[in-house]
Design a protein around this ligand. Structure first.
Ligand code: GLC
Length: 729
């Protein structure tokens, strides 16, 4: 009886899906027809005008036909304040303060695709409300070196993790009728010399490490836009690069728009031929005396028109660009059923808080330093500039003007009603987020003296330190120049420890840092840049209201030389000013640490909880698989502690005795599960055998090698509970 009912339901569902797909196809055909219709009415001048900026963040429509302009805005963590028409100055609006969501490294640390969807939907809703048709994010460049100034904007060192989070983020944004613009395509893995460095990397590493997140965003996420990068690849600028163009628009059949980075276009011919559709921000040398005509000097403006008229460039090339731009318009500004968007609403604040609390990583907790109870008579000293310094301003194009930003100090004060909270800056970076030197009212020594005094008076010291969002820190435009903590923090930590044993560190960074001071702290929280709700999220975890479940999306090498990119001299990082060679090839991040047996200080996928978990009954559904099957990995997750918490079961797969070089193991599946105290939950992770393929440079194909593979199941790349053998026939 149930079987027949079940069959009926299945049949109905199949019918609905077919109907839906047919309807969607019909809609697409209708849209394509409209596009052809409009295209046939456009003059050459109108077509060319659509392919380049008319202002800092907009492109022309076609007034004659009632086709609107396209407006775009940064960035990945929230909608940037309005910028002037024709220069980088802010427009000074008073209605563009928004919700600042946590940086994408924090989102990556949640290992939670559901949350990535909520994040994308919320930030997209704010972009819609601000009438932006393209949101210039998310960024998915792989974390190759801890020195990259923009790592905080990206999703870590593993292509699988980034792929699993970028897809729901893009889908969430686009539900609002706003195009996501996944960036920076491709190989923009550092900021130093970003505008000219030529990256040399093998096809295999390109396809296995640096492209997967973009491929997922296009094929699964259906992103409507992609942003080209500044750097070169194999001698040609990535924004109009023949190899990347073929991969994106032929192999992946991307049907959206390629937007340049601002001033990343460098040639009319290459832009025309190799797939740049929308040229933005070109730093023309202001040829005209007024700004009136300098947009017409863009590569895809007058020079492009001339080449089209002379026949040097086929009109079909500009038609392809305009088709893509019109397609983006029908999906956004000319879509008939776009929602209206919302901004600064409670739901967005809740999403920002949830991403922050779920992304915070507990890395050390000796003597159960955390959580800290709120009780009368307890004095907590909160020391460090990062306890009060804004972390949403600065950092470059992802900077935000939030309606509010709860600082760590504010959040801790709001949560701890009984304990006494005292504070001092302890150290000062001496820099504004725009890198102006701040005439600090006191010098470093007096700051330190005061910090020691405060520490003596407290029962517990919470040091809130890390990096900042100013130049040469976690900031676009250049890289960090030191791996250790800046502004004298290490010294200060040691001196505080000397007067107060109860010392915990809240590290606010978007990058790994050296931790020579690690033995000085009992508790260590990796706090990320947490956005508007930073202080409340940190207090949620510090107080134990929320049980931390974040896992590191990138490795923390003990010293910089332990990192792969820094193991091959200057030509590997930062390059020689012209070229750089990714000599570590596919062994990026934990792939390097595991394969070369270089123990990281903290490992990819690592993160503690206030409770304890145990994985058991780890198994696969069988031992032998054919190439078109899926591997089902299951295990029991037991919460053996007193508090409900979430654990991330991670499945890595490796192949010894392979005919090609391989990392010891690679992440191929994960599942985050909430488990009540003293209860068990079963994890089920499906891995298609096709995910085990490696990219073969010689045939430019993905190949699934037959033979034995090892499946590693654990809760961190350096904490594997069990490994199993399977065979691929
Ligand atoms: C910047 C960034 C890019 C940003 C664009 C507009 O240089 O590289 O991520 O979206 O220009 O601000």
């Amino acid at each position: 009886m149930i079987k027949t009912q079940y069959k009926k339901i299945l049949l109905i569902l199949t019918l609905i899906t077919c109907l839906w797909n047919a309807l969607e196809a019909q809609n697409n055909d209708a849209m394509e027809e409209k596009i052809e219709n409009i295209l046939s009415q456009l003059t050459l001048e109108e077509k060319v005008a659509m392919c380049h900026a008319q202002s800092k963040f907009s492109t022309k429509g076609v007034e004659r036909l009632g086709i609107p302009e396209i407006w775009m805005s940064d960035g990945p963590h929230g909608v940037r304040a309005e910028i002037s028409w024709d220069d980088w100055a802010y427009a000074g609006w008073t209605n563009d303060s928004i919700t600042a969501f946590p940086a994408l490294t924090c989102l990556a640390s949640t290992f939670n695709p559901e949350l990535a969807k909520d994040y994308g939907f919320s930030v997209g809703e704010e972009a819609r409300y601000r009438k932006k048709d393209i949101l210039l994010g998310p960024g998915v460049n792989i974390y190759r070196t801890p020195m990259n100034g923009r790592n905080f904007e990206y999703m870590g060192e593993d292509p699988f993790l980034a792929s699993k989070l970028v897809v729901p983020y893009v889908q969430g944004v686009q539900k609002n009728g706003v195009a996501a613009c996944v960036k920076h395509f491709a190989l923009n893995n550092q900021e130093h010399w970003r505008d000219k460095i030529n990256v040399e990397v093998s096809d295999r590493a390109l396809h296995e490490i640096y492209l997967p997140a973009f491929k997922a965003a296009v094929i699964e996420g259906k992103t409507w836009a992609i942003m080209g990068a500044y750097n070169k690849f194999r001698g040609t600028y990535t924004t109009h690069n023949p190899i990347l163009h073929k991969i994106l628009k032929t192999d992946w059949a991307f049907d959206g728009v390629v937007v340049s980075d601002w001033s990343s276009a460098h040639s009319t011919k290459e832009a025309a031929l190799y797939g740049l559709d929308m040229e933005m921000g070109t730093g023309t040398d202001g040829l005209g005396t007024t700004t009136a005509n300098h947009y017409s000097n863009y590569y895809l403006a007058t020079p492009f028109l001339k080449m089209l008229k002379s026949g040097e460039i086929e009109e079909s090339l500009v038609d392809d660009k305009v088709r893509r731009i019109l397609r983006l318009m029908f999906r956004t500004t000319m879509s008939s059923n776009r929602p209206f968007g919302r901004m600064n609403n409670v739901e967005h604040h809740e999403v920002a808080r949830k991403v922050a609390t779920e992304g915070i990583v507990l890395l050390k907790n000796d003597n159960n330093f955390f959580p800290i109870q709120d009780k009368k008579g307890l004095t907590i000293a909160v020391i460090g500039e990062n306890a009060t310094r804004t972390m949403t301003a600065g950092g470059g194009s992802s900077e935000l003007k939030p309606k509010f930003e709860i600082s760590p100090l504010e959040g801790i004060k709001a949560r701890y009603k009984n304990a006494k909270i005292i504070h001092t800056m302890g150290f000062a970076s001496g820099r504004s987020v725009y890198d102006e030197v701040l005439p600090s009212p006191y010098d470093a020594d007096s700051l330190k003296v005061e910090a020691i005094e405060i520490a003596k008076k407290a029962d517990i010291v919470l040091f809130v330190g890390g990096l900042s969002k100013s130049h040469l820190q976690d900031c676009e435009g250049d890289d960090r120049q030191q791996y250790h903590l800046p502004f004298g923090q290490e010294e200060l930590l040691k001196e505080i420890k000397a007067v107060n044993k109860n010392l915990g560190m809240i590290l606010l960074t978007g990058n790994a840092v050296e931790m020579s001071w690690l033995d000085k702290v009992d508790g260590l929280i990796q706090g990320w840049y947490l956005g508007s709700m930073a202080g409340h999220a940190l207090a949620d975890v510090i107080s134990g209201d929320v049980n931390p479940s974040g896992k590191l999306p990138f490795s923390f090498p003990a010293k910089l030389e332990d990192n792969a990119a820094h193991s091959f001299g200057a030509l590997s990082y930062p390059g020689d000013g012209t070229n750089q060679y990714y000599k570590e090839d596919i062994l990026v991040g934990y792939r390097w640490h595991d394969t070369k047996k270089i123990k990281p200080l903290f490992a990819f996928g690592e993160g503690m909880s206030y409770t304890a978990f145990k994985l058991s009954d780890i198994q696969t559904d069988k031992n032998n698989y054919s190439q078109n099957e899926s591997i089902s990995v299951s295990c029991t997750v037991s919460n053996t502690g007193e508090k409900t918490g979430s654990e991330v079961v991670q499945v890595y797969i490796g192949k010894s005795k392979s005919k090609v070089k391989r990392a010891l193991k690679e992440l191929k599946g994960f599942q985050k599960l909430e488990v009540n105290s003293r209860e068990n939950v079963t994890a089920n992770i499906e891995i298609p055998v096709s995910a085990l393929a490696y990219y073969d440079d010689t045939t430019s194909n993905w190949i699934i090698e037959k033979g034995t593979y090892t499946i590693y199941v654990g809760n961190a790349s350096n904490n594997i509970s069990k490994s199993l053998k399977i065979t691929i026939k």
